[in-house]
Design a binder for this molecule. Sequence first.
Ligand code: PLP
Length: 455
Amino acid sequence: MLDTPNSVEARDTRYHLHSYSNPRRLAETGPLVIERGEGIYVFDTAGRRYLEGVSALWYASLGFSEARLVEAAHRQMQKLPCYHSFGHKVTENAVDLAEMLIAMAPVPMSKVYFCGSGSEGNDTALKALRYFNNALGRPAKKKVIARIRGYHGTTLATASLTGIPRNHTSFDLPMEGILHTDCPLYYRYGQPGESEGTFVDRIVGNLEEMILREGPETIAAFWAEPILGSGGVIVPPAGYYEKVQAVLRKYDILFVVDEVICGFGRLGQMFGSQAFDLNPDMIVIAKALSSGYQPIAALLVNEKVFAGLSAEAEKIGVFGHGFTYSAHPVPTAVAIETLKIYEERDIVGHVRNVAPRFQEGLRRFADNPFVGDVRGMGLIAGLELVKDKSTRENFPPEARAALELEMMCLDEGLVVRAIGDTVAISPPLIITEAQIDELLGCLQRGLARFTTAMR
Ligand code: PLP
């Protein structure tokens, strides 16, 4: 197709810069053009069907053909296609959705701030922290601690929060005042002979040391995804968050929980905060908030944070922050409908019912000589590939092992996502047990080919 000048593939190469791509390599291989969706499947322009095993970008919880979401957008487009919530203006949708989110929040929250992406949500939270500490007369308390392999977005500030080298290198990041502490992945960072409990004590000890080194009076917040998604699907060990939260309380450090992937049922609870007993001061949500059908995200703040924000706005005269598309009536209409569907269909209950088949099925691949670790919870999982199981040595980067497996799975009709040495899987939440078996079958065939190729 690439050699047909007017093909989508050739024009894509000519005009379009993709996110997370290597443009020169892409110009040689050409893109995969996806044309339509049906349930948990998507179809390319040649009519080939793929089970979307990552819900596109972890977001299409209701699959790709939920008519009610399309109708909700259509109805709103006819009534009022665009408006905003700057100053004293608002649409009823924004109010309804804010009320719903406050009612369902995992811990008591006070206000919802709408934005268009997870990056905007995390960026707003970072700005809110500065505002809050200025209100409290603590101008030095502005640094934040995130984690190595955490992912919080790609704006200057949120790429800085993200703890992944490719998001920093040559972008001259991270920005000053954004620090990274240990990644809670025992399989990779546990030391020889170290128990999981000792690992937790060591990395939480390192967090406390960092706080003391920097000065607790300079640390505003700790940032965490309940399960780290784009860093390689990392499930922190038991006891980790309990100990982290004790440290945060000890030094008066706020907790910002990034629920962009974990929120809305992915882990078998409505929020990841419930799965891990987290007590956040701010929560960022996005993605499955609208099942990905419309770009919408939000920052939830508790009363303590809101009191600081409103006091500072009163002093200055205005809360000088706003995105053109904040609280846009179409995405909010779609999000309201999405939340109604989650409740009516008990999507969280469904995830709990089918998750064991998914997790147990995947754990059977631990027998494969190149699968070092299988981890996950609910309907999210990661398979970490290793060259040598006994030493846990990864494949050399030039082997691009996970990417090879991703392409082999694609050939078998399954979309998975290579992240470093890990292959991530997080199918739409509406997946049935029979479709889980289908997913596992495709993955098994992909892995069999991978095993033959790597031997
Ligand atoms: N936070 C998490 C946990 C994410 O996974 C992502 C995106 O994948 C983001 C934030 C950034 O969201 P966006 O890409 O919508 O800016």
